[in-house]
Design a protein around this ligand. Structure first.
Ligand SMILES: C[S@@+](CC[C@H](N)C(=O)[O-])C[C@H]1O[C@@H](n2cnc3c(N)ncnc32)[C@H](O)[C@@H]1O
Length: 378
């Protein structure tokens, strides 16, 4: 037996450290107990900050910068605050209505300024690619979309479905490059759909070309009367709790020779991760799938290629969003958040600062983005 195998074997009896899925029952229970304590500590820090405890950004960042690498590398089980984070859940996406209320249907005046709202590059709430020399957020998002177009091998004339299409940024960009593509976007956020409906009436926008179809609806219930050459989904699967059912559904929308491209936040840890903080304040039922989870759910779609994109790209994207958020505070403080702006601002700054740090941890090699190119299994 190698020393590595021996250590793996010993870890099954040791709580907290290493892969929780292989733990013996006693070690598993002890690990879950430790997670409860960790959850409480995390909330105590976060809620003290939200309630007004003054922690300078630099100090907050140092706390995250020192804790996250340790947690990712040695104690990933502590980052799985609930049982549902570790397993597939019954619904494809749980808590969708709460998610819209807490996150995607927030005042668009705030989100649009934070994410950047250009003439061609509409707000895009997913990773920009900085590895290729981008110097602005908009450029990083163009580079990201060019990368996806290349990997999916989009052909002019393709019929494309975007599963969770945000503000139509990817649709607008792809339609501007391919004059014969037909694009369908699905999104549950009413506010984001209103943004796209306005663009569909605006002659300057390519969404008004007649080649864009918008479906406002939940991916749990999605049905389409046509099949697509390409299906893409960017930054949405952190809201999907059952990959197997989601891929079964997507397979029914895909033409026999079609390609499905999933771009997600991912972790190269033994188990999926989430946090009590983001579950309560930012993304209800949000989770980050471990990098190997998608290829292992290969009943209806199989992965033919996959890529890990270094987290430094997302850290920089979050840093830009934080800067935009801070710069626009005067403009957005009068909008309706369902709470005082000062409290809302602290909830969001805690999230943004944490995520700048998360993705930079461990040189971006553990918490980054995953891309998966999939086709029908048969
Ligand atoms: C992080 S954003 C990414 C948006 C877009 N793909 C982009 O890259 O900008 C996630 C998107 O998924 C949508 N979404 C989340 N849960 C959904 C659900 N259950 N049904 C439909 N859309 C959903 C949200 O409204 C939002 O537009």
């Amino acid at each position: 037996m190698t020393s590595f195998a021996t250590w793996q074997d010993i870890q099954r009896y040791v709580p907290i450290t290493g892969d929780i899925s292989t733990k013996k029952p006693g070690a598993y229970r002890a690990t879950r107990g430790a997670t409860t304590v960790f959850n409480a500590l995390q909330m105590a820090l976060a809620e003290s900050y939200i309630n007004g405890l003054e922690i300078p950004d630099g100090a907050l960042r140092s706390i995250f910068d020192s804790c996250m690498p340790m947690l990712f590398q040695h104690y990933p089980a502590l980052l799985a605050p609930y049982e549902w984070v570790l397993h597939e859940t019954s619904a494809i996406a749980s808590g969708s209505k709460d998610l819209m209320k807490l996150q995607y249907d927030l005042p668009q005046g705030m989100l649009n300024l934070m994410l950047g709202n250009g003439e061609l590059i509409y707000p895009k709430y997913s990773m920009g690619l900085w590895d290729r020399g981008a110097t602005t957020l908009e450029q990083s998002q163009r580079h990201m979309m060019d990368d996806m177009i290349e990997k999916m091998e989009i052909q002019d004339g393709d019929r494309i479905l975007d599963f969770g299409c945000g503000w139509g940024c990817v649709a607008n960009y792809i339609l501007s490059k391919f004059p014969n593509v037909q694009f369908t976007g699905l999104n549950l956020s009413h506010e984001q759909c209103e943004f796209m409906r306005q663009k569909m009436q605006d002659p300057i926008s390519i969404l008004s070309s007649g080649r864009f179809t918008l479906v406002e609806g939940d991916l749990n219930d999605a049905q389409f009367g046509e099949k697509f050459d390409k299906i893409l989904s960017v930054g949405v699967f952190c809201h999907v709790g059952n990959l197997t059912s989601a891929f079964a559904k997507l397979a029914t929308f895909l033409k026999p020779n079609g390609k499905c491209f999933i771009h997600i936040i991912t972790v190269r840890t033994p188990n999926n991760v989430s946090s009590v903080y983001t579950h309560k304040y930012i993304f209800p039922y949000g989770r980050y799938w471990r990098f190997d989870a998608v290829p292992q759910c290969d009943r209806d779609l199989k992965v033919v290629d996959r890529w890990y994109l270094n987290g430094a790209n997302y850290s920089e994207t979050f840093a830009q969003w934080l800067q935009n958020f801070d710069d626009s505070c005067d403009e957005i403080k009068g909008l309706e958040y369902g709470m005082e702006f000062a409290r809302f601002r602290r909830i969001w700054r805690f999230y943004l600062i944490w995520f700048v740090s998360n993705f930079a941890s461990c040189e971006g090699e553990i918490n980054g983005n995953g891309q998966y190119l999939m086709v029908h299994t048969s």
